[in-house]
Design a protein around this ligand. Sequence first.
Ligand code: KG4
Ligand code: ZN
Length: 325
Amino acid sequence: MYVLGIETSCDETSASVVKDGRRVLSNSICSSLSFHKKYGGVIPEIASRMQLETIAQVAQVALKDSALPLKKINLIAVTNSPGLPGSLLVGIAFAKSLSLAAGVPLVAVDHVLAHIYANFLDNSQVKLPFVALVVSGGHTSLFYVKDFSRIETLGETQDDACGEAFDKVAKILGLGYPGGPIIEKLAKSGDCKKFKFRCSGTQNPLDFSFSGIKTAVLYAVKGRQLSLKEKKDIAASFQESAVGALIDKSILACKKKKAVSLVVGGGVAANNRLRVRFIEEAGGAGIKCYFPPKPLCMDNAAMVAGLGYQLFKKGLRSDLTLTLE
Ligand code: KG4
Ligand code: ZN
């Protein structure tokens, strides 16, 4: 079965063709990131306008790269939540039009859960059930996944998302956007013990809080002219503490659920230091960790097509009344 996925929840416009929920035949992505950089964050109005201009061409490229004509597509899967409303509406309207014009069924997909599914593309090693951590620019959540239509939320951030904290710390340090890759690069040659940054506690131990640590960085920096060495030390100290909180809570979730598999997804899952520490520390607790290939950690339509296939097989369908959730 061939599924065409459509993803427009943030600054990317993406379309992808995936076979049987596993094999990525094409994954076309057009990002408006360069237009947002000078503002230090995504400007919703710019994102949705760019998506409106590019979506048809991005879908055409996905079909061309897959070497399949539209009439061979059996299902259209589209992200309808969560995300920027204007951006989501562009993808939803396009997917509905295509579904109507081509007479192909439609299924709606949750973007956060699709980040988990990125681990299943071109990989059949992960077995259900498992604990999943989604760690992106908009979300930091722990889930228990029995199957793809029965997902229990175990915890989520009470304030900033982890990726958002990386972005804000980079901004505080006067660096560019998005901050995650920049902080990771700086942290490599920094001393992670130099600054004592801590993530705040939460009432539910499986929830997260990253706003306190971001403010701690702000106070450490305030009114000072930082040397490059100091910036590196701050980046390393922040990263180590943020990753530590992600690991501790993920291991706790696995223990609570007696899970031996931990699946990680979302943009921050591209971080090498995070990957190394997760494998070491969760591995030490008898838990096997899985990560998507790095390009599939970021927003993409392949993960939407893949999860859409699984939901369709479970009997889920959407119709032309589909809108934002
Ligand atoms: O999943 P994603 O592409 O979009 C959302 O759904 O939010 O994640 C983007 C986020 C940004 O906050 C970005 O700074 C962060 O992922 N990120 C990273 C790294 N690469 C991207 N954070 C830490 N280390 C990285 N290497
Ligand atoms: Zn995302």
